[in-house]
Design a protein around this ligand. Sequence first.
Ligand code: PMP
Length: 428
Amino acid sequence: MTRDLLGRHRQVLPDWLALYYDEPIEITHGEGRYVWDAEGRKYLDFFGGILTTMTAHALPEVTKAVSDQAGRILHSSTLYLNRPMVDLAERIAQLSGIPDARVFFTTSGTEANDTALLLATTYRRSNTVLAMRNSYHGRSFSTVGITGNRGWSPTSLSPLQTLYVHGGVRGRGPFAGLGDEEFIAACVEDLRDLLGHTRPPAALIAEPVQGVGGFTAPPDGLYAAFREVLHERGILWIADEVQTGWGRTGEHFWGWQAHGRNGPPDIVTFAKGIGNGMSVGGVIARAEIMNCLDANSISTFGGTQITMAAGLANLTYLLEHDLQGNARRVGGLLIERLRAVGAQVPAVREVRGRGLMIGVELARPGTDEADPEAAAAVLEAARAGGLLIGKGGGHSTSALRIAPPMSLTVAEAEEGAAILEDALRSIQ
Ligand code: PMP
C-alpha cells in the first residue's frame, strides 16, 4: 500500500520534486504497455515514465540481458574496456548519420548535455551559447543555464552566457500565426539580429521537438535554415535528442532529420528511452570535436556493463521489430482519433505531434488562454479511468503529453483514446 509512503516522502524528499497527481502513484510492476500500482490497479501507460520505456515494460530480451550481466559481473568505470560499451557505441555511431562519429556514454540526459557544452565551448573557445526559448535540457548548474522554460530553470546564475532564440514553439510568441516559410524567415532574421551584437557563440542547442515544453515543433526545415547562419559564423549545432531519438517521431529515426537539408548536427545528445529504464545517456560527435579535450576524463558509471547490455538488447529489439514504423502507423491513427475527439471538446485547442509523441493543448473554451487547471484535471480523470499520461508546456502547463512505449498496438491506442476522451469530456 502506498498510503504510508505518502506520509513519509515529504519528510525526506525535496519540496521541488514535481510529483504528478494529488496522491502520487507508486508503480510496482509492468508488462508490455501496462503498469500496476501498489494497490493493484492496472493502467495503460501512455507516458512510459517520461519516454523512458521505449519498447515495452519488462521486455524479456532486456530483462535477460540485464540479469545475465548481473550474474557475471557488475563492474564499472571507463578505466577498463567492456564489450557491450564498444558494441553499443558502434551501433549508435552507425545510426547517427554523423561522419567519423565518436560516442561517449553518460548516465543521464543532463550529463549528456553538460558534456556537449564542455565539448562545444572548448572546441570554439567561447562560453556563449544559443538556446531556444521554452527549451528544457536538464537539471544541473550548466543545463538549467540553457533551459529557456523558466518553470524549470531555478537559477539565473549560469556559468554560460546564454542567448535565447525564437522558433522552437510554433503557436506562441511574436511569430505565431505566420505561414511556414514566413515563420522560418522571421526566425532566421531574428537570429541574425541577435548574432549581430554578440561575440560568436560556441553552439546552438535545440530539441527538434520540445519535450517538457509540451511536444511543440517548428515547421520542418527551421534548423536547416538556422544552420546556414551558424555555418557562416562557425557556430556548432547540438541536437538534444533525449526525447526525439530512436524513431519515436515516426517519420525519422532522429528528430533532426526533419531539418537535415544542410547535413547532420555537429553534436547529438541522447538518453531516456535507449536504456528502457536503465540509466543510459550519451553524446555523439565527429572525432575532431569529441577529441578536442586536452586533459583526461573518466566516467565511473557512464558506459557501465549492465546499462550497456540493456541498451544493446533494447536497440536490437527496436530495430528488428521496426518500432519506428509502428510509431508512424499507430501514432498516425492515434493523432487522427484524438483530433476527432478534439473537434468535439471545446477545451482542446490543438492536437499536434509526430509518431508517438503527441501533444494536446488545452485552452479556456473559446479563447487562446492556456488552461493548466484543465490539464491537471484531465490527468487525474485519466488516471481514475486507468490511463497514465504526462503534461507540459511553457509558462503554464496546459498541454497533455502522450508518448507510449513504441510497441503500442492499435487496440491499445483505441483503448487509451477512449479513456482520454471520457477524461476530456468530464472536465467540461
Ligand atoms: N533533454 C531533454 C530534451 C529532456 O527532456 C530531458 C529530461 N526531461 C533532459 C535533457 C534531461 O535528462 P535527464 O532527466 O536524464 O537528466
